[in-house]
Design a binder for this molecule. Structure first.
Ligand SMILES: Cc1cc2nc3c(=O)[nH]c(=O)nc-3n(C[C@H](O)[C@H](O)[C@H](O)COP(=O)(O)OP(=O)(O)OC[C@H]3O[C@@H](n4cnc5c(N)ncnc54)[C@H](O)[C@@H]3O)c2cc1C
Length: 532
């Protein structure tokens, strides 16, 4: 069963080892001892539903609470500390397009707001019911999760959009195929959610972001259905896939999507390397991308993230030995860990590994061909569970991301890290902040930043701390010309910064498209941009 407060399956935990607790205390200060609001109290707060009856809509208070928020830090503070005060008035579980059309007709008739719900893993406030205005129904797409068609000749598969990462991969892999879209939220996030938020998987360097994987789909809009063509490529005017990608439910509900698939690779390996410092690491990453080395992923942690990864690993003895070895080979305290993946046939992988090895050596780096890479791979979907444990210890953790061209990446990262690191100085609170680059292109890369700070016994203060850091970071990102989001989408949290990226004409084009297909504004009101 999925947790109501926090991330993931209630039976899965990621304990923080004792030395790591001491490390966090040394950096952030002793955490306050805090209690979470009991789930029962939250359920009791859900007001009675006053929706007109409909056979697809349930009004059970626990279910409404489960669909009230996503996974942003703001959502967490509200759910754990009892600040949550807006709930969907009902939850619907449609099974087909006719059900969706029925719900849209109901929403238009009764002026109700519909929020599609995929895996609920949004980290930017996509799922929050509006405070004012119409009642909200959460449209949970979990029952629209089947494999509809597998075309092995064209290497395409068509799924219902509620299919989660594990559902998609098990359906494909048992037949010898793979989609290869692995966001860290893979355990719960869904095909529909990935497409409308422009998600990026950890092996995007090989498999591509969701955009090139998305071939075609069926969108139910309030103005009627939209079917995209199923062609390999087209020059027939603007590509309508691109108004669905990133539409964040403002245009309707995507009900079915066809994606590009591949044959399962012959082998897959993950290894690690170390570079002496982050600036050198960035240069190596640029070369990897621009020489188009045939890896399946590459991820470079800065020195603080490298050290924190060591501290949180729970492998005290191993880490001690590793550090001695690394120091001996010239990888001192500024060392940065690089994880890389090899996916394909054996000969291609060997060649890629040799190319990567000589590039790493050219930058005075060192390869580590045992343990670290495989350990990263095995824990990659477990790591988000650390956030639950850290929260219970008294620390709030959040992440944010951007993408910048290579010639701005290093200075841009330093500016953001600096702004976040000093973000709570006025309150005399420390912030632990670190970063990695995990998606690279020939012209630049993404920057993913994680930060932790102490929770306060006053939840409003915890919320204010988060808002302060988030706003400062976002303002800095926009000022340096970075994108406000490389992968998480806009939702509520990035909405104030969208205009800076799109410009006034761009914003009005997006607005016009939304108004054309949703004249009564029944779809995910208030997200992405303001219309009303
Ligand atoms: C631990 C963690 C790790 C993450 N890692 C990554 C990562 O590596 N890469 C990445 O890109 N993102 C990541 N995210 C963010 C998040 O997982 C993605 O944005 C994901 O694409 C959301 O998918 P979902 O199915 O959970 O959508 P939801 O959170 O349920 O919904 C997100 C938005 O999409 C809309 N929506 C969902 N389905 C449909 C549909 N069928 N039709 C129309 N609208 C729809 C919803 O209304 C909402 O506006 C992470 C989040 C968490 C919590």
């Amino acid at each position: 069963m999925k947790r109501i407060q926090g991330w993931g399956n209630a039976k899965t935990d990621y304990p923080v080892p004792e030395p790591a607790k001491q490390y966090l205390e040394a950096v952030l200060g002793e955490p306050e001892s805090l209690q979470n609001t009991p789930v029962e109290d939250l359920i009791n707060r859900v007001p009675p539903s006053n929706l007109p009856q409909h056979n697809l809509i349930q009004t059970d208070p626990e279910d409404r609470l489960r669909h009230a928020r996503g996974q942003s830090l703001g959502d967490w503070i509200e759910m754990f500390d009892g600040l949550v005060d807006t709930f969907p008035s009902g939850v619907a579980y449609p099974q087909n397009n006719a059900d969706i059309r029925d719900l849209m007709a109901y929403a238009s008739k009764h002026s109700v707001n519909l929020i599609p719900y995929g895996g609920g893993s949004s980290v930017v406030g996509h799922l929050t019911p509006p405070e004012k205005g119409p009642l909200t129904i959460s449209v949970d797409l979990a029952r629209m999760n089947q494999l509809h068609d597998l075309n092995t000749s064209n290497l395409e598969a068509t799924f219902g959009v509620g299919a989660s990462g594990p559902q998609i991969e098990s359906a494909l892999q048992e037949k010898g195929f793979i989609l290869g879209h692995f966001p860290q939220s893979w355990e719960y996030s869904t095909l529909g959610g990935w497409i409308v938020t422009r998600s990026v998987g950890q092996q995007s360097y090989h498999y591509g972001r969701i955009e090139p994987l998305f071939v075609t789909g069926h969108l139910e809009t309030p103005a009627g259905p939209l079917d995209l063509p199923r062609v390999p490529k087209s020059a027939a005017g603007p590509d309508l896939r691109h108004i669905i990608l990133g539409s964040e439910a403002r245009l309707g509900i995507l009900t079915e999507a066809t994606v590009r698939i591949r044959r399962l690779p012959e082998e897959e390996r993950f290894y690690a390397a170390f570079l002496p410092d982050f600036a050198t690491g960035i240069e190596a990453m640029r070369q990897i991308a621009q020489q188009e080395l045939p890896l399946s992923m590459v991820r470079l942690s800065d020195s603080m993230e490298t050290e924190t990864t060591f501290q949180l690993s729970g492998e005290e003895r191993l880490v001690k030995i590793a550090k001695t070895g690394l120091n001996l080979f010239g990888q001192g305290k500024n060392r940065c860990m690089l994880i890389y993946g090899l996916t394909g046939n054996h000969a291609k992988n060997r060649l890629a590994d040799r190319q990567l090895g000589s590039l790493i050596r050219k930058y005075n780096g060192m390869l580590v061909k045992f343990y670290l890479g495989e350990a990263w791979m095995k824990k990659r979907f477990l790591t988000p569970y650390l956030r639950n444990t850290l929260w219970d210890l008294g620390y709030a953790l959040d992440t944010l991301e951007t993408a910048l061209p290579w010639d701005k990446l290093k200075s841009g990262r330093n500016t953001i890290i600096d702004a976040i690191g000093h973000g709570l100085e006025e309150e005399n609170q420390q912030v632990l902040v670190f970063s990695h680059i995990s998606h690279v292109y020939t012209n630049g890369g993404s920057m993913y930043i994680t930060y932790l700070f102490r929770r306060s016994s006053d939840p409003h203060q915890t919320l204010a701390r988060w808002q302060k850091i988030k706003t400062t970071a976002s303002e800095n990102i926009v000022a340096m010309g970075g994108t406000i989001t490389h992968q998480h989408g806009v939702g509520l949290d990035h909405k104030p910064f969208l205009g800076a990226e799109k410009g006034p004409l761009g914003m009005s084009i997006i607005k016009d498209i939304i108004q054309k297909v949703d004249p009564d504004t029944i779809m995910n009101r208030g997200k992405l941009l303001d219309i009303d």
